[in-house]
Design a protein around this ligand. Structure first.
Ligand SMILES: *Cc1c(COP(=O)(O)O)cnc(C)c1O
Length: 375
């Protein structure tokens, strides 16, 4: 059997006719930038996440940069982020001119640890101007704890919701909990375009007005620039396809959740407790399983075994941020963030995409079982 980590071609079959019709409409209209499709998708995502406003932009990475810049964050400021996340979270901070301050994660959720965040605030006094909790793999960070600490020190909360569209925390939608939420439509995300794309969400009118200027070179009235912004827009072609996919998002997300539940059942029955720890759903809210990530013993051996068995896997992420060459100068050491360091050695993402079949899930678990049984 061959089980890919993600099969976008299978998903495309479900939307092919509609998507191709919408793309053709855009091509024939020749309205390529910030038209009706972008407006429509912004309304869709705002309503879906429960935020008042949403603005399309060029990528999830840009969404983070726009959000930080909307609060005037740049040179001289510090921004706290988890040491264990996709690089873009850190890169966005650095590209504004600010300095990332790394924070450790919780072992069960892989998300930012509020106690570690509080230590960072105390160490850096008033320099940390914003915190970016990442809702990693599709589960929200513990926003109550993080917000409480962050507000105590007077900083902003920018949610990195790139992996968690449709996730929730105590009844609130990801992207509508902090001051600004950031989404990505990179093809492997739960709502993925046919190229790059992103979106920012907020409940704050003033932040929204600034974000709207920042995405078009800092101008409200064309050719008059109050601030220096960037060119970061969502294309009509992307938005047209994303709107078609958006109609399927809940159905697809529910299938991811069902697949995760089935894995949970099979792992429980397999008696692999000492070797494999399935992901824990620890927050009160919806986990949308952008990735199904197990913690495992002998990870690299298991991965090789699964590759041979025809099962696609990946490691998100093999290197914690404080070990990246580009951040050497920040002076962190081995042992600075032990939970992040352990996670980088033990995590393995296995297939969970919506079109996955039950027998394929069973095959993945059987293959994992065979590895630890020495078969
Ligand atoms: C994908 C991702 C991003 C960046 O999104 P792009 O659209 O690829 O720029 C940022 N943060 C996290 C956690 C991501 O997974």
């Amino acid at each position: 059997m061959n089980v890919k980590l993600l099969d976008l071609a299978a998903q495309y079959e479900a939307i092919r006719e509609d998507a191709e019709a919408e793309v053709l409409k855009v091509l024939r209209s020749q309205r390529m930038i910030l038209g009706e499709n972008v407006k429509g998708l912004e309304a869709d995502v705002a309503a879906y996440s429960g935020a008042k406003f949403a603005l399309g932009c060029a990528s999830g990475s840009d969404a983070l940069i726009l959000a930080l810049r909307a609060f005037g964050i740049g040179h001289g400021a510090m921004v706290a982020i988890p040491a264990f996340t996709f690089f873009a979270t850190a890169g966005a901070v650095s590209l504004t001119g600010a300095t990332p301050v790394f924070v450790d994660i919780e072992p069960e959720s892989f998300n930012m640890d509020a106690a570690s965040l509080e230590r960072a605030f105390k160490k850096h006094k008033k320099k940390i101007k914003a915190v970016i909790p990442v809702h990693l793999y599709g589960q929200c960070a513990d926003m109550d704890k993080i917000t409480k600490v962050t507000k105590k020190f007077g900083a902003k909360v920018v949610e990195d919701a790139a992996q968690s569209i449709g996730a929730s925390y105590k009844g609130k939608g990801a992207g509508a909990i902090g001051d600004v939420g950031c989404f990505s439509f990179y093809p492997t995300k739960n709502l993925g375009g046919v190229g790059d794309g992103g979106m920012v969400t907020t409940n704050n009118q003033k932040a929204f007005d600034t974000l709207a200027m920042l995405r078009v070179h800092g101008s409200k009235v064309r050719y008059y620039h109050k601030i220096v912004g960037m060119n970061s827009r969502l294309d009509e072609l992307q938005a047209a396809v994303l709107r078609v996919k958006f109609r399927k998002l809940d159905e697809w997300t529910n299938r991811r959740i069902e697949n995760a539940a089935y894995y949970g059942k099979l792992f429980g029955a397999a008696g692999l407790a000492g070797s494999v720890t399935p992901p824990a759903h620890v927050v009160d809210g919806r986990h949308v399983y952008n990735q199904y990530v197990i913690r495992c013993k002998k990870r690299d051996g298991l991965r090789e075994h699964l590759t041979k068995a025809g099962v696609g896997t990946d490691i998100y992420y093999p290197v914690p941020l404080h070990f990246q060459d580009c951040y050497k100068a920040l002076g962190y050491k081995k042992g600075s963030f032990p939970v992040s360091e352990a996670a980088a050695k033990e995590v393995l993402a296995i297939p969970v995409y919506p079109e996955l079949k039950r027998e394929e899930i069973k095959y993945v678990v059987d293959s994992i079982y065979a590895f630890y049984a020495g078969k």
